[in-house]
Design a binder for this molecule. Structure first.
Ligand SMILES: [Zn+2]
Length: 139
């Protein structure tokens, strides 16, 4: 089965996000985890989303709520705008992205800056900032 990966990578799903979500491949970069999480949202893979959330935040996650949220949206596409650190040798990382999705039948662009760090050597999702508007300008 070689369908396109929901995260928009050039590689197909079975070679990209699928092995990450199935735990066969550990994401070496924060961006890779970010992409796999986007794909997990689009597939409603709540277990993966919970597993890859940092411990303190994980405690506040409600699997049912998360599942309802996943069911209520349709992920259309992901665009990574910028990354900071988050490489194989980094301990923290940041990914700025636009996620295009459909909510209640309406198309919505979700802009976010996600923060990641390593927990026991593995990348986990820590928190998000609403991406600022264009005012401060991208120097
Ligand atoms: Zn992917």
């Amino acid at each position: 089965m070689s369908r396109p990966c929901p995260c928009g990578a050039k590689a197909t799903f079975d070679k990209h996000c699928q092995p990450v979500i199935e735990g066969k491949v550990l994401p070496d970069t924060a961006e890779r985890l970010m992409r796999a999480r986007f794909t997990a949202y689009s597939l409603c893979d709540v277990d993966f989303l919970i597993k890859t959330t940092a411990a303190p935040q994980r405690e506040n996650l409600d699997a049912e709520e998360l599942e309802e949220y996943c069911d209520s949206i349709r992920c259309i596409s992901l665009k990574i705008l910028a990354t900071e650190a988050g490489g194989p040798k980094d301990e923290t990382g940041m990914v700025r992205f636009h996620a295009s999705m459909q909510v209640d039948g309406k198309r919505r662009l979700h802009a976010e800056v996600s923060h990641f760090h390593r927990e026991d050597g593995q990348w986990v999702y820590e928190s998000e900032d609403e991406a600022e508007g264009g005012e401060d300008g991208e120097a």
